[in-house]
Design a protein around this ligand. Structure first.
Ligand SMILES: [Zn+2]
Ligand SMILES: [Zn+2]
Length: 572
């Protein structure tokens, strides 16, 4: 087990304990332990061998025993016991936004609800209205959340699928009979949610490959037509496998990557060139042509290699034919980022730690933005906290003269569209991200007016997570994005791609419009931890999906130029 897996089990133990109504100190010990494991800088297994686990801050003796068990056996007795005495559906209830362990316990004890189906039924019967801690409003909310859960059933976030498919690919590349193995499907295209993961394999012995993988997985593959097989992974995610000969691998990889519209268009183009393109290869008058690489296929069709993120059937083939595909931004173009939370509000880390992590990534600037005062639930900063933070920022700047630390804030947009501090405070920041964190249920017109009012403030540098969606959990709030983008374009407001894999908001489908309007995009990780900084990479995928070039993205400019851009609006 790696750190993430160990931490996930500890977290689940904490939840199960809480569901069982156990001592809160014990619950907290496991939750703290999970965090301690995640942020432990060294090698967990080595610390265990050296007998040092119990000395790690946040772990302690009894947790060290549980962690040691997890590391050596892949499971822990206490976890097993808790799971055995908890109804299996009870954990499912926690998927409903707003339902924590305490409320789930009430549902279980008072109404004997043990799974989502029973909860839905209880809502239909209005049983939550008189339940302590619930009520008519919360029943309405739960009903809506349940409708969303079933709408989202069978879908997974890119942030969960990409690490999963990459780790499988790394493990399986050396499996018997596999000459080449690549990630394909919607995940390769950087789509924000998908229903499955796809791998494409080059092999001369497909049966050997399938038998070998079945052995590794301990599960069977079902056939899905020639060269295709499918199974479900232990994580519940369907896996689709495409198998092809090395000569036809390029065509197979293209077909397995999709999307369908893109591949269909390529097939049409092939016919115009008197070729036949199938998921097995490329034929000219029945004779097999080399299609080892995707580029071989594109070349025969008169096209440059079209990056996977663009393969959505949205004009990329025409643009390729006219040689006007953009040079897409890459992760290597990124020189820094904005929207980072520190432990002044709800982040995990100190300024010094964040700065060091940014430098480690080769970046030359970082834009710190903690929550503003109204975000009390997230430790939003009051005026005296701001003063303290400003002094620390200045001290850090003196220590790192060759690094640009920008001091900003993520200001709540209040109900009337005003920002969360008086103007004299707002003017003191290098930048202000304006975000909505409350009152999501306004009508479209009122919400649009509220956001436009915030953007009209001369101190507002960028708009944070513009639709407010949480992927597979919360729908966007109602607002007129076209009007918002037009305003942003006209007033030099930067738009955020919130790169948290839970958000990926602005939606990539709006990025080409934003670019047309001359809007600069900032890829913001909304990081609450050091690893969170790496979410920038998801943002880069989304930017690529939106056809963005380096010059369209604030993160790619040198620090001095970034400073100029931040002040341009106030300079008028
Ligand atoms: Zn936010
Ligand atoms: Zn944030």
């Amino acid at each position: 087990m790696d750190k993430k897996e160990v931490a996930a089990v500890l977290e689940e133990i904490a939840l199960l304990l809480e569901l069982a109504g156990e001592n809160p100190f014990k619950v907290r010990a496991y939750a703290t332990g999970a965090r301690a494991v995640l942020t432990f800088p060294g090698d967990l297994a080595a610390a265990r061998r050296a007998g040092q686990l119990a000395q790690v801050k946040g772990i302690g003796k009894s947790l060290a025993g549980v962690i040691a068990e997890l590391l050596s056996r892949g499971e822990a007795a206490v976890h097993r016991e808790l799971k055995d005495r908890t109804p299996p559906g009870l954990l499912e209830l926690l998927q409903v936004p707003g339902l924590g362990p305490k409320k789930a316990r009430v549902l279980f004890h008072e109404l004997k609800i043990t799974n989502l189906g029973e909860l839905e039924y209880a809502c239909r019967e209005n049983r939550l209205i008189t339940l302590p801690g619930f009520g008519a409003k919360s029943q309405e909310k739960i009903k809506a959340a349940l409708a969303n859960l079933s709408r989202y059933a069978g879908l997974f976030r890119l942030g969960d699928l990409l690490p999963l498919v990459e780790s499988l690919a790394a493990k399986w590349r050396s499996a018997p009979g596999i000459l080449r193995l690549e990630v394909a499907g919607p995940v390769r295209r950087g789509l924000e949610v998908a229903g499955a993961i796809d791998l494409a394999v080059a092999t001369d012995h497909p049966h050997q490959v399938l038998a070998g993988l079945e052995k590794i997985l301990g599960a069977e593959f079902g056939a899905r037509g020639p060269g295709r097989a499918e199974t479900t992974l232990p994580q519940g995610v369907p896996l689709r496998l495409t198998l092809a000969s090395p000569e036809g691998f390029g065509a197979a990889w293209l077909a397995a990557t999709g999307n369908d519209n893109h591949f269909l268009a390529l097939q049409g183009l092939a016919r115009e060139h008197n070729l036949e393109l199938t998921p097995q290869g490329l034929l000219a008058e029945g004779v097999r042509q080399s299609a080892r690489e995707e580029a071989d296929v594109y070349r025969r069709l008169g096209l440059p290699l079209i990056p996977p993120e663009l393969r959505e059937g949205l004009g990329e083939i025409e643009a390729g034919q006219q040689r006007r595909l953009p040079r897409l931004i890459t992760a290597a173009d990124v020189r820094g980022c904005f929207h980072v939370h520190s432990y002044y509000s709800d982040g995990d880390n100190s300024l010094e730690e964040l700065l060091a992590a940014a430098q480690q990534r080769g970046w030359s600037f970082l834009g710190l933005s903690d929550h503003s005062q109204s975000a009390y639930y997230a430790g939003g900063l009051k005026a005296p906290d701001l003063e303290r933070q400003k002094q620390e920022v200045e001290a850090r700047r003196r220590e790192h003269p060759d690094f640009a630390l920008f001091w900003g804030v993520e200001s709540d947009i209040l109900g009337d569209g005003s920002l969360d501090y008086p103007d004299d405070i707002l003017q003191g920041f290098d930048f202000v991200i304006a975000s909505i964190h409350s009152q999501f249920n306004l009508k479209q017109e009122a919400m649009t007016r509220r956001i436009l009012t915030a953007l009209a403030h001369p101190c507002c540098t960028m708009l944070g997570h513009s639709s407010g969606r949480l992927l597979l959990a919360r729908e966007p709030y109602a607002c007129d994005l076209e009007a918002i983008l037009e305003f942003a374009g006209a007033h030099q407001v930067i738009m955020e791609i919130n790169a948290s894999p839970y958000r990926l908001d602005l939606d990539w489908r709006w990025l080409r419009r934003a670019k047309e309007l001359g809007i600069l995009i900032s890829i913001n990780p909304d990081a609450h931890s050091l690893e969170g900084l790496d979410d920038v990479n998801y943002g880069v995928m989304i930017a690529r999906k939106g056809w963005l070039a380096p010059e369209d993205v604030l993160n790619t400019y040198p620090a001095a130029e970034v400073a100029r851009i931040l002040s341009r609006r106030r300079a008028g």
